[in-house]
Structure formats: structure tokens, C-alpha cells
Write a protein that binds this ligand. Structure first.
Ligand SMILES: Cc1cc2nc3c(=O)[nH]c(=O)nc-3n(C[C@H](O)[C@H](O)[C@H](O)COP(=O)(O)OP(=O)(O)OC[C@H]3O[C@@H](n4cnc5c(N)ncnc54)[C@H](O)[C@@H]3O)c2cc1C
Ligand code: FES
Length: 280
């Protein structure tokens, strides 16, 4: 059978070169990458790629940088198993395979002109960073942008330099919290669950959109707080994670009832999935 360009783009990895590797925490690294053919990745905030390494398999990883940062893209990777541990041994100049970008991105046309509340927990800041950088680079596209971030401890926070810059920027209203703090930690945010950051927010529900990315336990509690502030489920976007194989809607591994997380998501409007069993 002849390979059409579509088949190639879906199933064949493209070779990419690592430009730099930075430690984010002891278990998370940031990989700055470019396609060796010089073409842009062509992603939108919220999309993911399938990363492969010969002999180690493939895994879905969200793109952590905005498409407005041209020529490169970034992947924030937590070391959990076979592929991600192998990735953590890679250095500048090494190559990896990339399929994609895949999945449904944040709906930028609906976000445009709105005030935004961008809520992430733990590793969820990696995909959220793509949208935050987009807001940074297109300031006139959006109204007020609030960034809410929660981590286990000050040391567990990802992208500490970015967080400091966003916190200092007049463009963003940043609030951060950690579950635990110990004597030697230098941290000016609050201590407690991320839900505590929502009641102090002031916003107009009819002109505000919230986006949530984080560990599964976070969603219901955060959504409950947003409902209390009058935000409707059609104004809340959630990015969900499921175990994936193909990444392109063929194998069914990532199903949420009749939806496929890799294709219908990972970004969903809450009113599309809140009634589905096991979605949140
Ligand atoms: C859309 C999407 C975006 C993602 N973005 C990122 C990202 O930006 N950064 C990042 O570090 N990780 C991300 N992940 C998770 C990442 O894909 C898994 O950690 C990765 O597949 C682990 O591969 P491995 O070979 O290292 O681990 P394996 O050896 O395959 O597995 C290690 C352990 O992790 C579990 N696991 C594997 N995949 C998942 C999953 N999707 N959800 C829950 N548990 C899983 C396995 O069951 C096993 O217990 C994302 C996942 C999805 C679905
Ligand atoms: S990962 Fe194969 S259908 Fe979604």
C-alpha cells in the first residue's frame, strides 16, 4: 500500500534534536527540542505529541511551550517508567522521535477577548505553560489572566523561574499554594490545597473562562469552587489524561465512554464530559 502524506504524519515519527536539557526538579526535566528538518511542530496550546526512543517505546507528552515561540518546542517530562527514565539520560544533541501534534487544543477563538483563570496542579503546569506563554506573547487577545498553581512543596514546583517572572508581571495575577512547607523553604505563597486560591478571586462569570489541568483528585474540588463563584460548566475547560497507545483514535485505550481522550480531548469543555461516568 502506498503511504499517503496523512498516513506518514500520523504513524511515522519525525526525527527531532534536543537543543538543551534543564532540571526542573529531581524527577522532572525540561527538554528543548527542534525538528531536524527545520519545520515547525505546528501545535496549539493543549495538544500533545507521542515521543519515542528506539528500544524504549512511546509515550504521550504535552507540549509545554507556546507555538508563538518559533523554531523550538519544549517538553516537561516526569521520570516514572521505562521511556521517561531513558529520556532522562538524554543530552544536548541526542535525537528522539516525535509523532503529532495530536488531540484537541484549547479553543483559542472562544478564549479570545475573555478574562482567563488558568488553574494547574503539579505536572499540569507543563501543558498549561503553553497557554500561559501564548497569553504572554499575545497580550491584546485576552482580558485579565489569573494563574493559580498548586504543588506538594516549594521544591516540587515546576518552572520556578517562569513562576517568578509571571508573578512579577503586570500581565498576570499569580497565586500559588503548596501542601506542605518546611523550615528551610523560601516561599511567599499560601499553604493548603489549591481550592483555597479560588474564593478570593473577583471575576464576572459571563466574560470569564477557566482552564484546569492537574492530578485527578484536583478536578472535582476546583470545579465545585468555580461553581460557587457562578461560573457555568460551558465556561470551564479541563484537560484530561488517560493511558494512551496510538494517540490517533484507533486503538480505543483512552476511551471515556463514547469519547476518545486522544482525539476528542485531551481538552474538553466541562459540559461535554461532566455527565460521563469516570470522566473526572
Ligand atoms: C495527553 C497526555 C499528556 C501527558 N503529558 C505529560 C507531560 O507533559 N509530562 C509527563 O511527564 N507526562 C505526561 N503524560 C504522562 C506520560 O505519558 C506517562 O507518564 C508515560 O506514558 C510514562 O511512560 P513510561 O514508559 O516512562 O512509563 P511506563 O513504564 O509505561 O509506566 C510507568 C507507570 O506509569 C503508568 N502510566 C503510564 N501512562 C500513564 C498515564 N497516561 N496516566 C497514568 N499513568 C500512566 C503505568 O501504568 C505505570 O504504572 C501525559 C499523558 C497523556 C495521556
Ligand atoms: S490512544 Fe488509541 S484511541 Fe486514543
Amino acid at each position: 500500500m502506498t503511504d499517503t502524506p496523512l498516513r506518514k504524519s500520523l504513524y511515522l515519527p519525525t526525527e527531532c534534536e534536543i537543543i538543551s536539557v534543564t532540571d526542573l526538579t529531581p524527577v522532572e526535566k525540561l527538554f528543548r527540542v527542534r525538528r531536524t528538518d527545520g519545520l515547525p511542530l505546528g501545535h496549539l496550546p493543549g495538544q500533545f505529541v507521542q515521543v519515542s526512543l528506539l528500544g524504549w517505546g512511546e509515550a504521550p507528552i504535552s507540549v509545554a511551550s507556546s507555538p508563538t515561540r518559533e523554531g523550538i518546542f519544549e517538553l516537561g517530562v516526569r521520570r516514572v517508567g521505562a521511556l521517561t527514565s531513558a529520556m532522562h539520560t538524554l543530552q544536548t544533541g541526542d535525537t528522539l522521535g516525535i509523532r503529532g501534534p495530536f488531540g484537541r487544543a484549547f479553543d483559542l477563538s472562544r478564549l479570545c477577548g475573555q478574562d482567563l483563570i488558568l488553574i494547574s496542579g503539579g505536572c499540569g503546569l507543563a501543558p498549561m505553560r503553553s497557554l500561559i506563554q501564548y497569553c504572554e506573547d499575545r497580550p491584546s487577545d485576552f482580558g485579565r489572566v489569573a494563574i493559580l498553581y498548586g504543588a506538594k512543596s516549594p521544591a516540587d514546583r515546576l518552572f520556578k523561574d517562569d513562576l517568578a517572572r509571571w508573578d512579577a508581571s503586570a500581565r498576570f495575577a499569580c497565586s500559588m499554594t503548596v501542601d506542605n512547607i518546611s523550615g528551610g523553604d523560601c516561599f511567599s505563597g499560601s499553604v493548603g490545597l489549591i481550592t483555597r486560591l479560588i474564593p478570593p478571586l473577583t471575576f464576572t462569570p459571563d466574560t470569564t473562562i477557566a482552564a484546569i489541568i492537574g492530578p485527578p483528585a484536583m478536578y472535582r474540588a476546583v470545579i465545585a469552587e468555580l461553581y460557587k463563584k457562578g461560573l457555568s460548566s460551558s465556561r470551564i475547560a479541563v484537560s484530561l489524561e488517560r493511558q494512551m497507545r496510538c494517540g490517533v483514535g484507533k486503538c480505543g485505550h483512552c476511551s471515556i465512554e463514547h469519547l476518545l481522550c486522544c482525539q476528542d480531548g485531551p481538552v474538553f469543555w466541562l459540559n461535554e464530559i461532566e455527565h460521563l461516568r469516570g470522566a473526572l
